[in-house]
Design a protein around this ligand. Structure first.
Ligand code: ZN
Length: 134
């Protein structure tokens, strides 16, 4: 088992940050040729997804779709506590972890796929934990 962590400083209230290069570097450092890479964010208002990273409009569309589906201040009960209920819901449905197979020493991502950290309540400092098993 191999584990590394790194931090991402987000700059906006909502944004997608491409962490694919970081994941590729960590997989390479692990020396694992065939196994599984788990990426995890220990946060309740951030998300992780794997999707297209070639056209930035894909992430803009995703954020717009999430905002339409989960509007801010729509009577959410948790807004009484710290006013970020929509961010918690978006984090829940995009998940806090993803798995990628490691094939021949590289993340087995598709040509158009990248790993994105999604910020829903920034700017904040986000911790990313990468665990690799062979
Ligand atoms: Zn909250």
């Amino acid at each position: 088992m191999y584990r590394e962590e790194f931090f991402v400083e987000t700059n906006s209230h909502e944004e997608a940050i491409n962490i694919t290069n970081k994941i590729q570097e960590i997989v390479s450092r692990s020396g694992v040729k065939n196994g599984l890479c788990n990426i995890y964010v220990p946060h309740a208002t951030a998300g992780l997804i794997i999707n297209e990273d070639a056209d930035p409009n894909v992430m803009i569309d995703l954020f717009n779709a999430l905002r339409k589906s989960i509007p801010n201040h729509a009577g959410w009960l948790h807004d009484r506590i710290d006013n970020n209920a929509a961010a918690h819901i978006k984090s829940s449905i995009t998940s806090c972890s993803v798995n990628i197979p490691i094939i021949d020493g590289k993340p087995g991502l598709g040509t158009w796929q990248g790993v994105m950290l999604l910020e829903f309540d920034g700017p904040r400092r986000r911790r990313v934990i990468v665990t690799i098993i062979s």
